[in-house]
Ligand binder design. Structure first.
Ligand SMILES: [Zn+2]
Length: 114
């Protein structure tokens, strides 16, 4: 099952399925991230890996639910870790302000692509 989903995600370049995150490469910087659908029906690229929630500014904290839906946590900190959107750390986008951890991630992406 997992293998089938992975294969479908790799070959199916059509509209991603909310239940099977679609691996993608950012067109702006070349970083790898996963597309997830939000509760509002938008799509966000979520960075691989988790970060300590306390170092991520409120509004940039995301959680991926069991069904693959990306949930913005806002100021809530329901667990010790959270995910971040690639959009917040993409060197092809305006730099995030006041968030050293996001700036560090962004620098990491910028370094890899140069
Ligand atoms: Zn990017």
């Amino acid at each position: 099952m997992t293998e089938a989903v992975t294969r479908a995600a790799r070959t199916g370049r059509a509209v991603p399925d909310a239940r099977s995150p679609s691996p993608a490469t950012c067109g702006a910087c070349g970083a790898d991230a996963d597309w997830h659908r939000t509760v509002r029906g938008r799509w966000v690229m979520i960075e691989p890996g988790e970060l300590p929630a306390r170092v991520v500014p409120a509004g940039s904290r995301w959680r991926v639910a069991g069904d693959g839906t990306a949930v913005n946590l806002g100021p809530a900190v329901p667990s010790d870790t959270c995910r971040v959107s690639h959009f917040d750390v993409c060197p092809g986008r305006p730099a995030p302000t006041g968030a050293p951890v996001l700036l560090a991630l962004r620098r990491g992406h910028a370094r890899r692509t140069t």
